[in-house]
Ligand binder design. Structure first.
Ligand SMILES: CC(C)(COP(=O)(O)OP(=O)(O)OC[C@H]1O[C@@H](n2cnc3c(N)ncnc32)[C@H](O)[C@@H]1OP(=O)(O)O)[C@@H](O)C(=O)NCCC(=O)NCCS
Length: 181
């Protein structure tokens, strides 16, 4: 069983994902993406008032980052969507998604789903048992997608969602079913 791998087929959109590097090029691409997030009401006003610069994104987002990963989905040489993964604040066996977003004009093309699945794959590889994120109740673009990718709305929260697939897929009892040589 040691030489087995969990079957996790990659979708074509997942092939366009790579980790961000602390480089001017990635900072410029990520800033351009973040500057689109205020173009519609996707974020309810949380984005739009700040103009992201290459310099600021480089120093505050990439160079100083202590997060597990920051993933960029790149298509046509542009960052179409972004997703970060961090250590969980009170559970060393879990990870946490602080931020996920796609350019408003590029939503509905499978980018957000690809990033969520890739985050799950990377968490399983790191030996994490659970992946959490926060959203808000009326986020009708995100909540159905989260449910489709294995997240459950924690009762009486507004809204913490938890995904136990990493633990389920890694449990030794289920390995013969989920693994291949
Ligand atoms: C949430 C967000 C990241 C999703 O990314 P996206 O690229 O638009 O989403 P995708 O195209 O990858 O996937 C959408 C999925 O949700 C499904 N979906 C969307 N609305 C749905 C609904 N009302 N009912 C059922 N399914 C729905 C789609 O069918 C699709 O699933 P499928 O691929 O299995 O058919 C993106 O819409 C976004 O950036 N929103 C604004 C910011 C935001 O809310 N971020 C999350 C904060 S917690």
């Amino acid at each position: 069983m040691e030489n087995t791998k969990i079957i996790f087929n990659k979708t074509p959109q997942m092939e366009k994902i790579r980790s961000a590097e602390a480089s001017q090029e990635d900072a410029e691409k990520l800033a351009a993406c973040l500057n689109t997030w205020g173009e519609d009401d996707s974020w309810g006003g949380s984005f739009g008032s700040t103009k992201f610069t290459t310099k600021g994104v480089f120093s505050e987002w990439l160079e100083q980052s202590k997060m597990i990963d920051q993933m960029l989905l790149i298509d046509d040489d542009e960052v179409k969507a972004y997703c970060s993964i961090d250590n969980h604040w009170d559970d060393k066996d879990a990870a946490y998604i602080p931020l996920l977003g796609a350019r408003p004009k590029e939503q509905g093309k499978g980018y957000g789903k690809a990033l969520l699945l890739e985050a799950l794959r990377r968490c399983i590889k790191l030996g994490k048992r659970r992946l959490d994120l926060y959203t808000w109740p009326g986020n009708i673009k995100a909540v159905p997608l989260y449910k489709k990718t294995g997240y459950m709305w924690v009762y009486k929260t507004s809204v913490l969602m938890q995904n136990y697939l990493p633990a389920i897929l890694s449990t030794s009892l289920f390995k013969p079913f989920f693994c291949q040589e």
